[in-house]
Design a protein around this ligand. Structure first.
Ligand code: COA
Ligand code: ZN
Length: 328
């Protein structure tokens, strides 16, 4: 059974090696990062967010960004992107020849100060320079806006404020905007309303949704965003991830869980689900803890399990009782 006629082409961005690894206590060796990305490159992704060009003091787990970018095999058709918080990060990303910048700021003043040590106005001013630098270099820019669906320190974030930041970036002709639910505060009806509002305001902009599963609403939020017309999604293999400067952050929606669900619903993600499940097993040995994802453990919904060992006896006894006894 599938959605058939309602199936759409949806695009998957992998963020495990950025959002995921930035939150791991164990430093994942550069060789292992490169091998994982090379493996993921064969699985059908639209984008892979390889690393971030942040300060090594802020995000020590990704201090090897240059080495990773230099050593991965670039598969045609996959966009290799990296998170960029400031001008220094943009210069590093340019030197590493990323295909696209994913620049970042928060729509919450408190989270922006905690995460980036700048006011939102300071971030925006610096990111405007980053956008100008990228334009001169011919590199596309996507903007990831943190805390669009709520801030773990400020609570509700007014939609009017979110829209004002979106308008300012749209005026600089960025190539796309990602709506990030940094700590899993989004819920489906809110997701639908916000996604519809931003699409109505800027219909030509490619929108991406980025959900964390902190409160178990991640998959429901993906469905709500699909229904609101969003076609691009960030997700993390194994469901690892989280912002170290957002209190209470936990992992992203898991790539294998989201892809499995979307495939069941008849959408075309272009992804190799079996390959994802195998890669998740590899990831688990890298991070050395159990992954939060579920399909990596349960497998596809049509995975068939053997019946109990004494099944033949059970069946024979049931059949021997005959139909009459049931009505006795
Ligand atoms: N890459 C590498 N080093 C950087 C850098 C970058 N993008 N930006 C700044 N630095 C270095 C500076 O050179 C300086 O180094 P020094 O101490 O050896 O002189 C040091 O970091 C401090 O620079 P400063 O500009 O004062 O930065 P800061 O301490 O105010 O931090 C950020 C600002 C944005 C660099 C930092 O907060 C950061 O990297 N945050 C990213 C957080 C993140 O990725 N969160 C999760 C994803 S949303
Ligand atoms: Zn995230």
């Amino acid at each position: 059974m599938s959605g058939g006629a309602t199936g759409r082409r949806l695009f998957v961005n992998e963020v495990a090696t950025r959002d995921g690894f930035q939150m791991e206590s164990r430093f994942i060796p550069t060789d292992d990062k490169v091998a994982l990305i090379d493996r993921l490159s064969l699985l059908g992704y639209a984008r892979i967010e390889v690393t971030s060009f942040t300060s090594a003091k802020a995000i020590p787990a990704l201090r090897d960004g240059e080495a990773v970018m230099q050593r991965i095999v670039r598969r045609p058709g996959v966009v290799y992107t990296a998170l960029v918080p400031n001008l220094r990060g943009a210069e590093r990303a340019l030197e590493s020849r990323v295909d696209e910048f994913n620049i970042v700021m928060s729509v919450s003043e408190t989270h922006n100060l905690a995460n980036l040590r700048m006011t939102r106005a300071q971030s925006f001013a610096q990111l405007a320079e980053v956008i100008a630098l990228a334009r001169r270099a011919g590199v596309p820019v996507n903007v990831s806006l943190s805390c669009v669906f709520g801030c773990p320190m400020e609570g509700e974030v007014p939609l009017s404020g979110v829209l004002a930041w979106i308008d300012r970036f749209a005026a600089l002709s960025v190539q796309g905007i990602t709506l990030c639910d940094t700590t899993g505060m989004a819920f489906p009806t809110q997701v639908r309303a916000i996604c519809e509002a931003v699409r109505a305001r800027h219909p030509a902009l490619p929108w991406t949704a980025h959900f964390h599963n902190t409160r178990g609403m991640g998959l429901a939020n993906v469905v709500a965003a699909v229904e609101a017309g969003i076609a691009r999604f960030d997700m993390s293999l194994g469901g690892i991830g989280g912002c170290p400067y957002a209190p209470g952050a936990t992992g992203n929606v898991a790539t294998e869980d989201v892809v499995h669900m979307l495939q069941c619903m008849g959408h075309d993600t272009g992804m190799d689900l079996d390959g994802l499940i195998a890669a998740a097993a590899e990831l688990q040995t890298l991070v050395q803890h159990e992954l939060p994802s579920q399909v990596s453990r349960a497998g596809h919904r049509l995975v068939r399990h053997a019946p109990p060992a004494d099944f033949d006896d059970i069946a024979a006894r049931a059949h021997a009782r005959g139909a009459g006894e049931l009505h006795a």
